[in-house]
Design a protein around this ligand. Sequence first.
Ligand code: MG
Length: 273
Amino acid sequence: MFEPGVMFWAERDSLEMVCSLGVRYGQLGIPGGMRLTDATAARWKAALASAGFTLVTVFAAYPGEDYADIPAVARSVGFFPPDTRAARLVRTLAVSDFAARLGVASIACHIGCVPQDAGHADYAAVRDVVRRVCDHAARHGQSFALETGQEPAEVLLGFIGDVDRANLRINFDPANMILYGTGEPIAALQRLAPLVISVHCKDGDWPAPGVDGAMGMERPLGKGSVGIARFVDTLWKAGFRGPLNVERETDDQQERIRDLAGGVQLLRALERA
Ligand code: MG
């Protein structure tokens, strides 16, 4: 039986709010500008322990990332933009250290859109950055998970093979495959399942045809094109047993909390079905 969880963000969401949704598992996102002091880590560690809450992943994000459309993502997200690559590597290692102080065994991020062509100018540089993150995380006993969706499953698999690190894994987000138009998510999950260490339960609809670079529309869980029951069933059959972390990225916080609650309820209903 699966446990629902929630993907939530420090400095935006309180642990109290997350616990009020009735979950005891989740993934914590660290905003790019957040100061990662010993005191902050100690405060989180104590709060998690007193709530009996288990974090499965700590996510890194970076200042200057823009998710407005696909060209903006390609230009600004993860390790592909050359100007911020070194600083974002340093930040990711700091997030790994922060996660270690919380006792969390996995870190993750969007590394950006992996190009189809392994001969692309930035491909080898990003591969080397990912190796450095993996090697640092390994010293803390952590895996490093790449979020899916900004490239087709086959391209991601090829890249992971080129990085060649045993602790490099996948955080599978079925909605991203749809929002970025990179492939049917259930087929992608079947292909990637052996590497999946954590998941987002997020929903969405495909980009409108004929609009270059447009992303699809994110939807509350169960209201989009993923087919959540089939997604959960596929995870189970693939042997995945981790928590199902509901994710909702809309700007309106009230709407977001309502949709996170709805997503948790939907997963509990599927569990009973
Ligand atoms: Mg996600």
